[in-house]
Each structure stands twice: as structure tokens, then as C-alpha cells.
Design a protein around this ligand. Sequence first.
Ligand code: SF4
Ligand code: SF4
Length: 350
Amino acid sequence: MPAILKKDNLQQLLASLSQAYKLVLPVRENGMTFFRPYQTGLTIDPDYINTATSPKEFLFPQTEKMLSFKYRESADISITNEEPHAEKLAVFGARSCDLAGIAALDPVFGGRFPDPQYSTRRDNVLLVGLGCRRASASCFCQAFNIDPLACAGADIAMIELEDCFAIEARTARGHAQLANFSQLLEEDHSGGVKTSLSSAREALNRSFGSLPDPAGVKDFLDRQFELPYWEQIASRCLGCGICTYICPTCHCFDIFDVTRGKPDGNRYRCWDSCMFADFTGMAGGHNPRPTQKERVRNRFMHKLKYHLDRYEIGGCVGCGRCVEKCPVNLDIRQIINDINKLQGVEVNGQ
Ligand code: SF4
Ligand code: SF4
């Protein structure tokens, strides 16, 4: 049974969290909402549906140093690996889709060959989920059976109600942290939270538009690689890569050395995009994905098939960011609908 946190006590909870962790929270900035570091008095954007960029950046930063290297006179090289960042970080206000995005990244970076940087950050992060009050026109997490109120994967889950938050710990780390601010919490003696939760769910469900049905898509893509359909999609795609940068599950990176003309230097990794022409370019000049058709196909196959093949977990969590930001309105929901039509499945009566 969740406890109650009065809205008036939110500031105290944030201040308390910031004592134990570096705290980031969704803050309104220039008309958009981003996770930003907490300062005294700063509070969450009361109207955000989701942040412009996902919490992926805190576990897998856009650019990070991997090592530095020095050439010695004897011509061998000394290499100093970058120590993993063991900073304790609390991400407050993560939505269910973005928590599912982290669950999709976990087997990539924490699987058979754990990435020390990601794994150390993941071990030190406290995820405070905040259930959604309403969906935007581009949200479709429910198509992938993600419950926007459940905050699955959070250490602490919160749901905003009229004058309070329902709050509960889900992991040992969450319980330990919640115990630190137990004086701010109240029990729900009257059972009013249960009733409010059910109204919140009804209002939330009503706010979703029609959802695509991805159920048979992977099966179809397992059998269909060479579809002329991808040429139609590619003819519109500009290859700008924004869809991949803002996606909470995209995780491709490039590695490069910076020497500034000296023999010594640093090695970095930074986000890359399968939508870029040189992403699969090889040293000899060959490119196995020579046109935008192969790149577009790869992106959507990755979202709807390859990630499931590799990890049995979806590669799209329905956050809708790519739907909102694509400059030519390529919409993954429409692509799911089109694939269903290609295999003769009726789509919303069409
Ligand atoms: S955002 Fe749109 S135009 Fe840009 S690479 Fe992605 S699909 Fe192509
Ligand atoms: S593919 Fe688009 S809708 Fe799906 S998780 Fe990535 S950004 Fe969100």
C-alpha cells in the first residue's frame, strides 16, 4: 500500500534526496523540459508530460573519455584507463517509458561483457519514477504493454494525485532512502488514495489516442527483409539522426582519438547514429548500407525486431520523441500500421 506525501512536502523531499545524491529533476527551460541539477527552491515542471531528452544521458553520456595514452621514447605506449564514475545520482521524475528504456539498455551494457562505465553508473543511480497524469498526442507506450502509472524498474515509484503523491519503495535502495524521509510521509488510513488512483488511471487512459498494434510485426519482419516499402520511407528521410539521439533505447557509439597534433592524447566515445551515411563505412571504402533505404530499414528493424531477437526486450518503448521531432514526420506508429497492412492485418478499420 503506498504512503502519502503531501504536495507541500515535495520541496523537503527533494532537499533530503539532494543531501544523499546528486539530484536531477525535470525542469522547464526555454519552452521544453529537461533533467537539470537540483538547487534549493528548484522544483519540477508541474505540466511536463515527458522530458525532451531521456535519462539515458546519465548512464550513457553523449561524450565520455575512455582512456588517455602517452608515447614513450622506447616507442611503447602507456595507457591510463578512465576510472568509472561512481557518483551517487538520483533521477527524479522518470516516466515509465524511460524506465523501460533503461531496462532495454541494461542487457546491452551490463550483459555478458559489462561496460564498466555504464555498470558503475547504473549501480549508483537511484531511479524515482513519476506516473503520468496524461498522454501527449505522440505517446504510445501502452502499445508495448508499458503501464504509464506503474513506473516498473523504479527504486521509488510516485503518482501525482490532486493534493498529494502516492509513494512507495520498490527496491532495497528505495526502501533505505524512503526511510530517510519517513517523517514526511503519512499512511492512507481512509483508503482515499486507492479511489484517487483509480480515477487517475481512468483519466490517463482516456488521454491516449489510437495505438498501433505491434503484435505481429516482428514475425513478419523475421520473414521479410527486402521490402520495397523501405524505399518509400527512405525517400523522405533526411538522415539527420535526431530520432536516434533522442531515443531512450538507441545506444550506438563511435570511438575516436584526439591528439591535437601531439603523439599523446585521449580516447573518447560519443553517440553515433545508424542513420548517418558513414556509420557503416569501412576503411577500404565499402559500405554495407550504401543508401538511406538500408539505414532506415536497420533503424526500424532494430526497434521492432533485432532488440527482441538479442535480448527478448523491445527496442521501442513508445515515448513518442522521434514522432515529435522528425523534421519530415516519419512516424514509427504509422510504420507499424503500414507493416500490418502489408501483411493484411486490418488497422483501425482502414
Ligand atoms: S529524424 Fe526523421 S529525417 Fe531525421 S534521420 Fe530520423 S527518420 Fe530520418
Ligand atoms: S523509437 Fe521513437 S518512440 Fe520508440 S523509444 Fe525510440 S524515440 Fe521513443
